[in-house]
Design a protein around this ligand. Structure first.
Ligand SMILES: O=C(O)CCC(=O)C(=O)O
Length: 275
């Protein structure tokens, strides 16, 4: 398990917007979280988006916001060490948890995760917002690991959210109310962009800014599942920014801060790490 980022990792995160952290979490977490993955595939929550229910092949499946009723995910949030890594990368004195996101592509999944930026999906603004995407299986980029447009978090553009996975799913229609500039057609014009990607082993983490453009191809492996658990973290400068088209898992009725204000003591967004 990694508990301290090096100075060069922090510098790289600032400049590039994404870094690889080898062995970000202990193997025990990988085993425990893979059990959660199987359980969610078998019993999706109300927040799941399932491209092909029950299919062992060609199934893109996401589920999220499990922590409040799943003790295993809750333990991971509090004990895996991700909070401290997020705070270090963001250079924040606190790390507040937003939500957990399981992202699975069964062997031979053709669906890509489209190029997107995370922050427009979420009801927050601030520079100190990031995710740690921890691989629960090994994955090369061809097997659906993540790629990023290096440095794109620094442009401060705010792109319109795009639906992930099955577009007709009522669980993703909330993104359709969002407004903004469409993400440019990066995949059609890859050579115009500085794209970086990371091959990962189970337990490796990719830590990235909520402002960076990123995507994942489909899973070209015909034998291996690709599974990851992304946790989302808010730093000191995050402010509450509810808006049309934002993820409806956390809404104003759960939050005491008024729109545009910093977050204080919010049970829906617990502070997991403090300097
Ligand atoms: O795992 C994926 O396919 C996409 C992950 C992602 O976009 C994220 O964690 O923000």
């Amino acid at each position: 398990m990694t508990t301290q980022l090096t100075d060069s990792q922090i510098t790289e995160f600032k400049a590039n917007g994404a870094i690889l952290i080898k062995n970000a979490v202990d193997p025990d977490w990988v085993e425990r979280m893979n059990k959660v993955v199987q359980n969610q595939l078998d019993h999706p929550s109300r927040w799941a988006n399932d491209g092909s229910p029950g299919n062992p092949q060609n199934r893109m499946f996401t589920d999220r916001y499990l922590w409040q009723h799943n003790e295993e995910i809750k333990a991971y949030i509090y004990q895996s060490g991700c909070a401290q890594l997020a705070a270090q990368a963001m250079q924040s004195s606190t790390a507040r948890f937003y939500f957990d996101h399981l992202l699975v592509k069964e062997p031979g999944t053709s669906a890509v995760t489209p190029w997107h930026q995370d922050v427009p999906y979420w009801p927050f603004l601030g520079k100190q917002i990031c995710s740690i995407w921890v691989a629960l299986t090994d994955a090369s980029v061809a097997e659906s690991s993540l790629e990023f447009v290096r440095g794109s978090h620094l442009t401060r553009k705010y792109y319109m959210p795009e639906v992930f996975g099955t577009k007709g799913n009522p669980n993703v229609t909330w993104t359709q109310a969002a407004k903004g500039e469409p993400v440019p057609p990066i995949e059609e014009n890859r050579s115009a962009y500085d794209i970086i990607g990371f091959d990962v082993a189970p337990g490796d983490g990719i830590l990235f800014s909520a402002w960076i453009l990123h995507w994942a191809p489909g899973n070209a492996s015909l034998t291996k599942r690709r599974a990851a658990l992304s946790t989302r973290w808010l730093g000191d400068d995050a402010i509450w920014h509810p808006h049309e088209g934002a993820d409806p898992t956390v809404t104003q009725d759960q939050i005491s801060a008024a729109p545009g204000k910093p977050l204080d003591n919010e049970p829906a967004l617990p502070c997991i790490w403090k300097a």
